[in-house]
Design a protein around this ligand. Structure first.
Ligand SMILES: Nc1ncnc2c1ncn2[C@@H]1O[C@H](COP(=O)(O)OP(=O)(O)OP(=O)(O)O)[C@@H](O)[C@H]1O
Ligand SMILES: [Mg+2]
Length: 304
């Protein structure tokens, strides 16, 4: 559904996105993750026709986005990092205006708008100005706006920033249903990595470059499935005592995180035995996408 080939964007001599290749099939839930400034929004803007790539090519549903931007726009929905709603207009006015931009007339969309407003419990607010809504309500309207024309692809750039847990859950239930029932293809960027955990595929980008890609399970497997956390006053000394190589640990204040990834039997027991007398707390837990993120963010390319 989405193919990007050597996608690149430069600003002066700064490279925001550097030869990015993506191949996202229909119905996939795809996560683009990476540190602030790594090029996620820039990539999404190029994929969604809003920004001209410096070089490289993109096709969506078989259409080249540069040659056929209008046709591509019919197939895609967007939820921006910053709200795209007119705060002076009511929810209803915003949604009808947006439907108009897609060439859908008022009577054809009325039932759909009402059922979406019901779903997000916004029916009683539909005549309120968007500027008077809470942040969570506004985000829900942004999502409704993004899917109003039943797109085949939905781009979500940090869709749930600042939302409480029930609001986030409701949005994710809604999007999950669209993926399962309508084979919607979703491209998500988020800094809440637990939201990327249900993705089918995740690409990690850093300084505009794709550094690692795979299912969340594969990325966790590459990192190592177990993390040992050691707290104590001599975290620096523990590194020397255990002879850890730079890519195998992270120091977070007084806590040392060690990834267990080599097929080495009893590694956890050895760490525990070595540090038993000097460390305050030694805990063992399963790795998660947050660990993948901090390791890839700070330790460069390889984690295997
Ligand atoms: N219009 C612009 N002019 C110059 N540089 C830009 C422009 N837009 C983005 N950049 C630069 O491109 C890089 C990537 O920015 P981008 O917004 O894509 O990052 P991001 O991954 O979305 O970050 P965040 O997680 O903070 O949203 C940054 O270094 C940014 O400063
Ligand atoms: Mg961004």
């Amino acid at each position: 559904m989405i193919l990007a080939n050597n996608l690149t964007k430069t600003y002066g001599n700064q490279i925001a996105v550097d030869q990015l290749n993506l191949d996202i099939p229909q119905g996939q839930f795809f996560g683009l993750i990476g540190p602030n400034g790594s090029g996620k929004t820039t990539s999404i803007h190029m994929l969604s026709t809003l920004l001209q790539a410096t070089s490289g090519s993109i096709t969506i549903n078989g259409l080249d986005v540069t040659a056929h931007p209008q046709q591509v726009r019919r197939d895609i929905g967007l939820v921006f990092q910053e709200s795209a709603l007119d705060r002076m207009l009511s929810i209803e006015e915003n949604l009808y205006f947006c439907a108009g931009l897609h060439g859908i007339n008022k009577s054809a969309i009325k039932t759909r708008i009402n059922s979406l407003l019901d779903l997000f419990e916004l029916q009683s607010k539909k005549r309120a100005s968007v500027g008077s809504l809470s942040g969570g309500m506004r985000r829900a309207v942004d999502i409704i706006r993004g899917v109003l024309h039943s797109p085949k692809v939905l781009f979500l750039d940090e869709p749930t920033v600042g939302l409480d847990l029930p609001s986030r859950r409701r949005i994710w239930r809604f999007i999950r249903n669209l993926i399962d029932d309508h084979k919607l293809t979703v491209v998500l960027t988020t800094h809440y990595l637990e939201e990327a955990a249900p993705c089918d595929n995740v690409a990690f980008i850093k300084l505009g470059k794709l550094v690692s890609e795979g299912s969340p399970e594969e990325l966790i497997e590459q990192l190592g499935k177990t993390i040992v956390e050691v707290s104590g006053s001599n975290a620096e000394d523990y590194i020397k005592t255990l002879k850890l190589s730079a890519e195998d640990y992270m120091l977070d204040g007084r806590t040392l995180l060690i990834r267990v990834h080599k097929p080495q039997p009893n590694q956890v027991e050895q760490i525990q035995a070595t540090l038993r007398d000097s460390a305050d707390i030694i805990s063992v837990r399963k790795s998660n996408l947050n660990d993948v993120f901090i390791w890839l963010s700070s330790k460069g390319q390889g984690t295997s």
